[in-house]
Each structure stands twice: as structure tokens, then as C-alpha cells.
Ligand binder design. Structure first.
Ligand code: GLU
Length: 473
């Protein structure tokens, strides 16, 4: 039923690809980062697609740390990667901290396993010693494999060089350790970036020489920047930590990164994590590269922010509000604030920016805004009267404020429109805010009056009342 929806021109390819998805045996997939820095968008996307594959096909997601580059691997980077994955919500079933019967999950703790396999190859003359190192002998012929995304790929072995598999210090090289581990850990599908395609024929020859079953391979197209070049630092921040600090939610990251490698059949772009798991399919993985677009990511984030209830949103916003310097805000106060601002937010960090006037302390009144809305003498006089009227109001509920203003404009015979925008500017320093009564209700009497007073003082200090003067002359 579902399969009929797939674009018909791809039917044959899809049908052949489906043969590779183990519907009976549970798949085992892995994410195998080298702990040399932070978790980047590209690796996080690889981890996510492996995780979705495992969760959708009810398999196992394994985390393995490829720490054999001893100069570049650090404990700190291990922590960065584990923390990054945890924040992304990509929980692993086997690996560091989780354990598992195929461990250890750090390659440097598995040296004897690589030695054993390498010795076996030497004994069988499939590898040989070379200046203290062990080198693998590439056999003649060619190497073919079927990539689940690209179909058959063929390499001529004469273009491959005999490669060192164990260095003279006893540490294995990536291509060897990776094959030994993927075999011993019974990995069924290797899903990784296409920058590893050139490693695949070397690895396949090692599988064959060791007599291990080859896993299925799927190489993901890389993520590119807006200029079409492979995504790198020069396009902007690339680590997960950067985006977390900017105010993105992990659920939005999962949503956006998933779309950077895969397309759902129904083309819906806002997907919860349950949606992603349910709709994920290997057939939907994109065959061409995708472009990282922070604007689109931000748009997706705004939808996920809106999906949060006010309590959760307030909790998520706390570190951002604190970072902006507002430490004394209560959780209840913040809940009201985020509730008021929610529909306009794109990033968690915007709570303290868009809602600056809702927090204590001085705010800015940009001069051009004062000029435009608070430079008219009549307006200032009306606002001063409003100030006095509000001083006598104790119930700052939306309903009561509406009544107070209704009476006020009737008595004075003015239009609400004439004072609404100046009032907004006076209490917020901004031209766009949520509804004026909702805003005042959340601010409460004390802060509303304080802001209104400040706004009027700033306007008067400006000392120019050009429109008024022009009119009366
Ligand atoms: N440690 C390798 C990397 O981070 C893993 C590649 C693979 O998935 O085989 O690129």
C-alpha cells in the first residue's frame, strides 16, 4: 500500500533496495565518531539517520568511539560527543555508559582483538610485516558492492594500495579497526557519509580476507552550505553546541537534520520525533546533497516552540533568560511571559529580547520610534491622563483593563486607535507586541506604570514636538 506511493520511475530501484532491508532480522547499526572535537551538524545527521533506522526497524543503535588517533583524541571530546548526542535525544542501546555484550566500545580498549585478527591474516599470507607495521595485501581483480542508495559501485583493485592495518606501535588504522569492530559487533548496516565511499573497497577486501560477512552499506550525500560547497566553519556555526546556545530545541534539530537527509512521502515538513520514527524509510533517503539553511531551521524551531506547553517552554527558557541577566524571575512569572510571546518566538533566546520590557530594569526607547509615536503633545497629554487613571485601578486583568479603557475613550471622546500604538511604545519601547491589554495584565500594575512613566519621560526629554508645532503654526 505504502510502496505504491513512491515515485513510479524509481520503482525498480526501490524494489531492489527493499531486498536489503532486514524485515525479519533486527538491524544493528552504529555511529562511530572519532573523539577529536565537538559534535558537528554532519555527524549529528549521520547519528540521527542511524538512530531513526534502528528505531523504525526496531533494531539496535550502537555508539562506538574510534579513538585510535591518539594525538587528536581527547577525553574532553568524548564528553562533548556524548553530551551532544544526549542533548539531541539520540540514546544508544549499546556503547559507553550503556554497556552491552559486544564491548568494550572504545577502540583503544580493543587492541588485542585487532592484533588477533591481524596475526591471522599474516599467518594466511593475506598480510605481511613491513618495518614493524602490518600491511594488508590487496588481492588482484576488482571490488564491487551495492550501495543501498546508489546501486552497484565498482573499484579496480590495481588502484588500491596495500595498506597498513596495524602501525608499528600496535595501534590499528581506521579501515582495519572499523572492519573488525563492525564484524564482531554484528553490524548489519553501515550508514555513513559519502566521504567514506573511497574507504569501502579497502574495507570490503578486509572483510573478505577475514572471512567475515559484509554488512550492507549506505553512503549519505553530504550537507552543503548555501554556496554549494561542503558545509564548513566558513558558512557559520557548525556544532550542535552552537545551535543549542542560539536557542534551538533538540526536537527541532532532529526534525531539520532528518529533512537534510530524507524526505517523507507526504512532504510534510514539521514532524515530531514520533512522526520521524514512524515515517522513516530507507527509500526516502535523499540521493542528492542538501543545503543547510539556518532560516528554514529557525522556521522549524518556531513550530516546535509553539508545540511546547507554557511550563516546558518556561523551563527551557530559564538558562537564556538568566544569561540575559534576569536571575530573579520566578518560574510562574516566566510561564506567563512565554505564554504571551510564544506565537512570535523563533528561538528560545528571543524570550529576553522580544519580551525585554516584561523583565525588570531599564529598557531602550529608540529615538526614531519616540519621534514617530510619542512626539505629539496631545498624545503625551492623553497618556498622562491614562497614567493617572491606571493608578486608581487595582484589578489588572485583561477584562478589567478593557473596561477601563472603554470608559476612558468614551469619556474623552477619542478613538482607541489614536492612543493604542503610543501606549504600546511607551510601555515597551517597541512598535510590535502582543495585545496591549494582555501585555499590561502580564506586566502587572507596578511595572506597567513604571514603564509608562519612563516612556513619557524619555519622550519629553527628547524635547521636540514637531508634529504638534507644525499643526498649530
Ligand atoms: N570514525 C569515522 C569517522 O568519524 C567513522 C566512519 C565510519 O562510520 O565508518 O568518520
Amino acid at each position: 500500500m505504502q510502496r505504491n506511493c513512491w515515485r513510479s520511475q524509481n520503482k525498480d530501484l526501490v524494489r531492489s533496495r527493499l531486498n536489503y532491508i532486514p524485515l525479519i532480522k533486527k538491524p544493528r547499526v552504529r555511529f562511530a565518531p572519532s573523539p577529536t572535537g565537538f559534535l558537528h551538524l554532519g555527524s549529528a545527521r549521520t547519528a540521527l539517520l542511524n538512530w531513526l533506522f534502528a528505531r523504525h526497524y526496531k533494531g539496535t543503535f550502537i555508539l562506538r568511539l574510534e579513538d585510535t588517533d591518539r594525538e587528536r583524541s581527547t577525553q574532553e571530546a568524548v564528553k562533548n560527543i556524548l553530551d551532544g548526542l544526549k542533548w539531541c535525544g539520540l540514546n544508544w542501546d549499546e556503547g559507553p555508559e550503556a554497556g552491552g555484550k559486544y564491548g568494550p566500545y572504545f577502540q583503544m580498549e580493543r587492541l588485542s582483538l585487532y592484533q588477533d585478527q591481524a596475526q591471522r591474516l599474516v599467518k594466511e599470507d593475506k598480510a605481511y610485516r613491513d618495518e614493524g607495521a602490518i600491511r594488508f595485501r590487496i588481492p588482484p581483480g576488482d571490488t564491487r558492492f551495492t550501495d543501498l542508495l546508489r546501486g552497484e559501485i565498482k573499484f579496480l583493485n590495481k588502484e588500491l594500495k596495500d595498506l597498513v592495518i596495524i602501525k608499528s606501535d600496535g595501534v590499528p588504522t581506521y579501515n582495519f579497526a572499523c572492519v573488525v569492530d563492525d564484524s564482531l559487533m554484528e553490524i548489519s548496516h553501515v550508514i555513513r557519509g559519502e566521504d567514506h565511499i573511497s574507504n569501502t573497497p579497502l574495507q570490503l577486501n578486509i572483510y573478505d580476507a577475514l572471512g567475515f560477512t559484509r554488512p550492507k552499506f549506505l553512503h549519505l550525500p553530504l550537507i552543503h552550505g548555501s554556496d554549494g560547497a561542503r558545509l564548513s566553519k566558513r558558512h557559520g556555526p557548525t556544532t550542535i553546541q552552537d545551535y543549542r546556545a542560539k536557542g534551538f530545541l533538540p526536537e527541532a534539530l532532529r526534525n531539520y537534520l532528518a529533512l537534510l537527509g530524507w524526505s517523507p512521502r507526504n512532504k510534510i515538513e514539521i514532524l515530531t520525533t514520533e512522526d520521524l520514527i514512524r515515517h522513516f524509510s530507507v527509500e526516502g533517503i535523499n540521493r542528492s546533497y542538501s543545503i543547510f539553511d539556518e532560516k528554514k531551521f529557525t522556521w522549524i524551531n518556531s513550530h516546535h516552540l509553539r508545540m511546547l506547553d507554557d511550563d516546558t517552554l518556561a523551563r527551557e527558557a530559564v538558562p537564556f533568560v538568566e544569561k540575559a541577566g534576569f536571575k530573579e524571575i520566578t518560574e510562574a512569572g516566566l510561564r506567563n511571559i512565554v505564554g504571551l510571546l510564544k506565537s512570535r518566538l523563533h528561538l528560545l533566546s528571543e524570550v529576553a529580547v522580544f519580551g525585554r520590557y516584561l523583565f525588570p530594569g531599564e529598557i531602550d526607547y529608540p529615538e526614531e520610534i519616540l519621534q514617530e509615536y510619542l512626539s505629539d503633545k496631545d498624545t503625551i497629554l492623553w497618556l498622562e491622563e491614562i497614567y493617572r487613571a491606571l493608578e486608581g485601578v487595582s484589578d489588572f486583568s485583561v477584562k478589567n483593563l478593557e473596561d477601563v479603557f472603554k470608559r476612558f475613550i468614551q469619556e474623552k471622546n477619542i478613538k482607541f486607535k489614536a492612543i493604542a500604538q503610543p501606549l504600546r511604545v511607551a510601555i515597551s519601547g517597541m512598535t510590535v507586541t502582543p495585545g496591549i491589554f494582555e501585555t499590561m495584565a502580564i506586566m502587572g500594575k507596578e511595572l506597567t506604570l513604571k514603564r509608562l512613566r519612563e516612556g513619557l519621560e524619555k519622550a519629553k526629554k527628547m524635547g521636540t514636538v514637531p508634529r504638534f508645532t507644525e499643526r498649530t503654526e
